[in-house]
Ligand binder design. Structure first.
Ligand SMILES: N[C@@H](CCC[C@H](N)C(=O)O)C(=O)O
Length: 258
């Protein structure tokens, strides 16, 4: 059988997109999903996303990591899915969709997608890190010398050593100025560093605010694959109206034998 797919990327976090409104895709076939994401034998991507029908909403997002397993929320994937829905003519300039962590609202203008992320209430401050869930679990740690940091080695050590079977995504952050930070992320389920992670960037912005590294409610984050912007409100220690904004681009469309 031939599968029609679309490739999108958001600040270098890349995804295979499949229009699954007709239920054509076998979600149980973990090996096949991993094959489609494989950079040598398949299409190549950090994850695969299905666009599905959802009652009373524009669509539903189903996300799989490149290891073939369904996982928690993907911020860059959500932004790319909004661009994909626009590409397919399902939406115009705004969208409401369901993902594994609930309802998301988004807008798209001139290739920039702004995605509302879930509210964040529980933030664990550790001796040299912060742990929080922005739709996916994130460990955020300040480092110096981020450019030369051993992200894969340290990320894997923390992901398996500290967070056990379930694991966590691991973010290393360095401050640039009062409102900007650089980030590098080790992603669970990819088991490697990716060029950007939307829920990670969101977690880093909130962690930097929570720990007083910035007092701004708009934070600018530089990932290896591009720049993202996070805005939020804080009331009674709850971070709400969290918006992740950045580019999301169509790369190519193709067909593959599955
Ligand atoms: N790249 C994503 C995060 C995807 C989920 C993550 N790998 C996990 O399994 O926790 C993003 O942009 O948020």
């Amino acid at each position: 059988m031939k599968l029609t797919f679309y490739k999108f990327q958001g600040t270098g976090n890349d995804f295979v997109m499949v229009d699954n409104r007709q239920n054509i895709f076998d979600k149980e076939n973990t090996e096949r999903i991993a094959f489609l994401c494989d950079r040598r034998f398949g299409i190549g991507a950090d994850g695969l996303i299905l666009l599905e029908n959802e009652k009373d909403l524009d669509f539903k997002m189903v996300y799989f990591n490149s290891d073939g397993n369904e996982s928690t929320m993907c911020g860059n994937g959500g932004r790319c899915l909004v661009a994909f829905a626009k590409h397919l003519g399902i939406i115009k300039d705004s969208a409401s969709f369901n993902a594994i962590d609930g309802l998301h609202k988004a807008s798209i203008k001139e290739g920039l997608v702004s995605l509302q992320m879930k509210d964040v209430e529980e933030i664990k401050e550790k001796p040299n890190a912060v742990f929080l869930d922005t739709g996916s679990p994130h460990h955020v740690q300040m480092v110096t010398g981020l450019e030369d940091y051993q992200v894969k080695k340290e990320g894997a050590r923390l992901r398996y050593g500290v967070y056990g079977e379930k694991g966590s995504n691991i973010n290393f952050v360095e401050q640039i100025d009062a409102t900007s930070f650089s980030i590098r992320t080790y992603e669970r389920g990819v088991e490697d560093e990716t060029l950007s992670c939307g829920t990670g960037v969101t977690a880093a912005a909130i962690a930097m605010h929570k720990t007083g590294k910035t007092t701004n409610s708009e934070v600018f984050i530089k990932a290896l694959g591009g720049d993202l912007n996070i805005k939020f409100e804080v009331n009674n220690k709850v971070y709400s109206n969290v918006f992740l904004t950045g580019p999301a681009k169509f790369v190519f469309k193709g067909e593959i034998d599955v």
